[in-house]
Structures are given as structure tokens and as C-alpha cells.
Design a protein around this ligand. Structure first.
Ligand SMILES: Nc1ncnc2c1ncn2[C@@H]1O[C@H](COP(=O)(O)OP(=O)(O)OP(=O)(O)O)[C@@H](O)[C@H]1O
Length: 238
């Protein structure tokens, strides 16, 4: 569970997120949506502890795993696919303690779940964008955290991979994990995410997805976006 209380996050003198209050309850599966520049990535970075609040508080319960945007990963880093998946064990055993056989078995099972069994020894530089995202999800499966924060996990990823990774998210949901996922595709959100936070610097609506993604709320988000970006267009439904 994660609770935010009057959370404000700034870059220099400008608030990216302003006075956000609410709760991601244990086991919830929430999409965070909003116009470009609405503060979605900034919020996730703060929930992960990477960015500190300028005002307000974040209360975290349980272990947290964070998947930043794919573009932040350096593919040239000398790692094999299995080593990337094994990075999910670091939290538990520390980076410098030896690997147990059980760790390797867990990593291989996770790579199998995301369809990468044939690539365990390959360097990550050999992977396509979709394969790399599958490997990063394998790392999350191995990490087995209580709360998962995912920033645009399906951006620039092929449709087969998206279907595979959505199924992994469904597994996590059934297992009772709390998931908070930044997304742009409203049809994906409606089909797979029971809860939605519609963010436009502050929360415009937060709750069950059908009640949040109404035409009125989406139009209001677009209207607010005009204040910070005159050319903001983010939702094809408006
Ligand atoms: N490192 C930074 N330094 C200064 N300003 C930043 C920085 N990162 C983000 N911002 C600004 O903060 C605001 C929120 O950005 P953020 O990336 O959180 O929005 P977003 O909703 O994730 O957008 P998008 O959908 O385009 O990814 C924007 O105005 C952005 O320009």
C-alpha cells in the first residue's frame, strides 16, 4: 500500500505535481493517465523514492520495485539476459553476496514466463526493444516486491510482447500485489486496469476506471493541459 498526503513535487520553482492526496490500497491495480507533462513520471519517481517531496508525505508499506522508462536503460551495459533477471535478487541478498542455485532457477523460470528461455546467455545488447522489456519484467518477477511501479512499460513495444506482459501483470494482480502503471493507451486501461488516477498536476479523478475515464473528465484534463502546453493533445477520444 502507498499513501500520499498533500504531495507536491517541484522542478526549481515549478510544481509538476501539486497537493496530491490519496491511497493506492493493497492489491489495487491502478493506471496513472494524464496529458503530456501532467506529472505522471515525476509521481512514480517520488513513490519509488528517487525524487524527494517538496511538500507533503509518502507512506510506503512493503517492498517496492520500480521500472523506469525503457529509454533510461543503457543497452550497451555488459550484462547477459540472465544477469539482468538476477538483478532482481539484489534487494534480498545484497549485490556482493554469492548467488544460490535457487536464485538461478528463479531467474530461469521468470525468463521462461516472459518467453526468453532461448536467450538466457545472450548479451542484452542483442535484444530488440520488446525482448529487452520482457527481460526487465523477468527481473521484476524475480524481485517479487509487494508494490510495483511501472512507467510506460508498453511504449515502443510490439503487440505480442504487450499481450505477454499484460498477462504477467494479471498474474501479479491475482497474487495480490499493488501495481501502479503509467499508461497512455486508454483502451488498454479500460480493458486491464480496474482503478485509474487521472492526473493533471493534481488528481482530477481517482477511483474505478469507468467512473474516472468519462468524456467530461478527459475533456477537463485536456483543458487544464492547455495551461501548461498550448499544443497538448493526448487523448484521441476527446
Ligand atoms: N528533470 C526535470 N527538470 C525540469 N523539469 C522537469 C524534469 N522532469 C520533468 N520536468 C517537468 O515536469 C513536468 C511533469 O513532467 P513529467 O515527465 O512528470 O510528466 P508526464 O505526465 O510523465 O509526461 P509525459 O506523458 O509526456 O511523459 C513537465 O512540465 C516537465 O517538463
Amino acid at each position: 500500500m502507498i499513501e500520499v498526503e498533500h504531495l507536491t513535487l517541484c522542478y526549481r520553482d515549478r510544481a509538476a505535481v501539486h497537493a496530491l492526496t490519496g491511497r493506492f490500497v493493497a492489491g489495487s491495480h491502478t493506471a496513472v493517465v494524464g496529458p503530456n507533462g501532467a506529472g505522471k513520471s515525476t509521481l512514480l519517481a517520488a513513490l519509488a523514492g528517487v525524487k524527494q517531496p517538496d511538500e507533503g508525505h509518502i507512506h510506503r508499506h512493503g517492498a517496492i520495485a520500480y521500472l523506469a522508462q525503457l529509454s533510461t536503460l543503457d543497452k550497451q551495459f555488459p550484462l547477459t539476459v540472465r544477469e539482468l533477471a538476477l538483478a532482481g535478487t539484489w534487494q534480498r541478498r545484497g549485490a556482493w553476496r554469492g548467488l544460490a542455485k535457487a536464485d538461478c532457477l528463479r531467474a530461469d523460470a521468470a525468463l521462461d514466463r516472459v518467453g526468453l528461455s532461448d536467450f538466457t546467455q545472450a548479451p542484452i545488447s542483442n535484444l530488440s526493444g520488446g525482448q529487452l522489456q520482457r527481460a526487465r519484467f523477468a527481473r521484476l518477477i524475480v524481485e517479487d516486491a509487494d508494490v510495483l511501479l511501472l512507467d510506460e512499460p508498453f511504449a515502443n513495444v510490439d503487440t505480442e510482447t504487450i499481450a505477454n506482459l499484460l498477462a504477467v501483470q494479471d498474474d501479479w494482480h491475482r497474487a495480490g500485489k499493488t501495481q501502479i502503471t503509467v499508461l497512455h493507451d486508454m483502451s488498454q486501461v479500460r480493458a486491464h486496469y480496474p482503478q485509474t488516477l487521472l492526473l493533471a498536476q493534481s488528481a482530477l479523478a481517482w477511483g474505478d476506471t469507468p467512473e474516472v475515464l468519462t468524456p467530461e473528465n478527459l475533456q477537463e484534463a485536456n483543458r487544464r493541459a492547455q495551461h501548461w502546453r498550448n499544443d497538448a493533445t493526448w487523448c484521441q477520444e476527446c
